[in-house]
Design a binder for this molecule. Structure first.
Ligand SMILES: [Fe+2]
Ligand SMILES: [Fe+2]
Length: 538
């Protein structure tokens, strides 16, 4: 190198100051980490490794996901709209400052509609300390670094908080855009966008969970006039939270994009680097699991199972049974483990729903998952797809003789639920999408005993077109007919000693329209006996 970078001293204090300025969006001046390119004319600090230089291709959509072991691994991801050199993350503990470097791998896809290539960089950071705050900055040669912080998962049984919602969209500024494809001037709007898609991110940051579960239908890029832009706006919006805590996604039907791979999931599989163990590359990142404390989270891709055709391509059965076989293995090992108490399923389409202007439950999901969830005692299912909030009573088995395999409530309690005896399903589809369905819950007297009806898809006959059967929805728990938007917070209390009771305290928050304020809709508790008691449940 003939051009020797000019040395500049930057104290740790200044580096942290720059970090803060970067996060808040204030002008901190262009910075480059490590050895910059010749054209960037960088100046490198011998103390921090930070260098200044000219920004070229900016870091966009910075976001985190857990690695396979959330105690010691984190993936830092970002997007660029050109190829870049040496994508990397510098990181260290919050008290110690930057000091280590993790190099990123780059994945790309070519959007089939626009022909545009998208570059996504994923740096896996390993050998982190459990339950510890870290500071990091992502960059590539010539770019201004973009920074964040994260907290690693605790080791063993410990209290922590996670959150969940689905069906978000990229945010719009006004409430008018809705699903309207164009105004009188002929300008395209993004379908499905509302301001709630931004407000809900602020809501998650107010709670500040260890991680967030994003239950599919992430941004509805497949319905928009510019898919790449919708994805970028979605990632930019969520980066306000996802750079500080992992947002763990499930792929929903609106992630299936025409022209983007055989399954239509190329964009999703490129934007995220998830702890998938699948060995077939075309199935990578579609289902995965991770464990935090005593909670095992299993994330599924339901378009393989569902009867309903809800994406640009009908992909039912695409893994030839690999996903279901994997699911049963995961469930079996989780229930056999003395370290795991709770099994949480994150998926998109639903096994329960009593909204009439929506999709309804899907019989194929009940057939495939119902017996497994019962056998291995799944505690909680978080899903979306219906654009409302509804939760079931704890259910186990089916109502005898029901052709729709109606989930059978194991208890009537709504406030404290004995989770060992039934699975609670929560539809959390109020993440911000415009086409809301909370105004269409059934209120009839279906059986003469005050139970309402619900609809179940029993046969596929085309896109969003299914044969539906009516059932008496004896499983209905709580529904929010008044508010379309909101998310759930889960506080895990691990208990104090082996065999003690452990609890998950759940709060469902509304995002109030049009202001975006948070308000509590309801609270309830799931409880079960810890799996480390030695002589089982009494
Ligand atoms: Fe949706
Ligand atoms: Fe959906």
């Amino acid at each position: 190198m003939s051009e020797e970078p000019k040395q500049t001293r930057i104290s740790r204090r200044n580096a942290l100051g720059l970090f803060g300025a970067t996060v808040s969006g204030a002008a901190a001046g262009p910075l480059v980490l490590g050895a910059g390119t010749a054209e960037a004319m960088p100046a490198t600090s011998e103390v921090t490794g930070l260098t200044t230089g000219s920004p070229t291709t900016p870091v966009q959509g910075l976001h985190l996901t857990f690695g396979a072991d959330p105690r010691s691994q984190m993936v830092v991801s970002w997007v660029t709209d050109a190829a870049v050199k040496n994508p990397r993350v510098v990181y260290g503990t919050l008290s110690g400052g930057f000091g280590s470097t993790a190099h990123a791998k780059t994945k790309t896809y070519v959007d089939g509609t626009s022909g545009r290539t998208v570059w996504v960089h994923h740096a896996l950071i390993s050998k982190l300390k459990a339950d510890t705050d870290y500071l990091y900055a992502a960059q590539h040669d010539g770019a201004t670094p973009d920074a964040g912080t994260f907290h690693t998962a605790p080791s063993g049984r410990a209290p922590f908080t996670f959150t969940s919602f689905g069906d978000q969209g990229a945010p719009s500024v006004t409430w008018k855009t809705g699903a309207n494809p164009a105004d009188a001037s002929g300008r395209d709007f993004e379908p499905n966008a509302t301001p709630a898609a931004a407000d809900i991110v602020t809501g998650i940051e107010k709670v500040g969970p260890l991680f967030h579960l994003l239950n599919g239908d992430l941004c509805y890029a497949n319905t928009g006039p510019d898919r790449v832009r919708v994805w970028r706006d979605f990632l930019t919006n969520n980066s306000r939270s996802a750079r500080f805590r992992p947002w763990m996604p499930a792929a929903g039907n609106h992630e299936i994009e025409l022209g983007n791979g055989k399954l239509g999931l190329d964009a999703y599989q490129t934007y995220f680097e998830l702890p998938s163990t699948e060995t077939q590359p075309e199935l990578d990142n579609l289902w995965y699991s991770f464990t935090v404390g005593s909670v095992k989270v299993i994330t599924l891709q339901n378009d393989e199972i569902a009867l309903q055709e809800g994406g640009d391509i009908y992909i039912k059965g695409y893994s030839g049974g690999r996903q279901l076989a994997w699911l049963e293995k995961e469930l079996k090992s989780a229930r056999a483990s003395k370290d795991i108490d709770w099994i949480v399923i994150c998926m998109h389409q639903v096994m329960i729903s009593s909204a009439t202007a929506a999709n309804g439950a899907d019989l194929a999901l009940r057939e495939a998952y119902g017996p497994l969830f019962d056998k291995y005692g799944v505690d909680l299912v978080v899903c979306g797809h219906e654009h409302d909030y509804e939760r079931s009573l704890a259910v186990r088995g089916v109502v005898p003789g029901s052709v729709t395999l109606t989930p059978n409530p194991s208890q009537t309690a709504l406030d404290v639920i004995e989770s060992e005896h039934g699975t609670t399903h929560m539809i959390l589809g109020g993440g911000g999408v415009s086409g809301i369905t909370n105004n269409s819950f059934t209120t009839d007297d279906a059986d003469g005993h005050g139970h309402h009806s619900a609809y179940v898809q029993t046969e596929h006959v085309g896109k969003f077109n299914s044969v539906k059967e009516q059932e008496t929805a004896v499983w209905i728990g709580v529904r929010d007919a008044e508010h379309p938007y909101g998310f759930a917070e889960f506080n895990v209390d691990p208990g104090r000693h082996p065999g003690d009771m452990t609890r998950i305290h759940v709060t469902y928050y509304n995002i109030i329209t049009p202001t975006g304020e948070l308000s509590v809709f309801e609270k309830f508790t799931l409880q079960r006996r810890r799996s480390d008691g030695g002589h089982g449940h009494h």
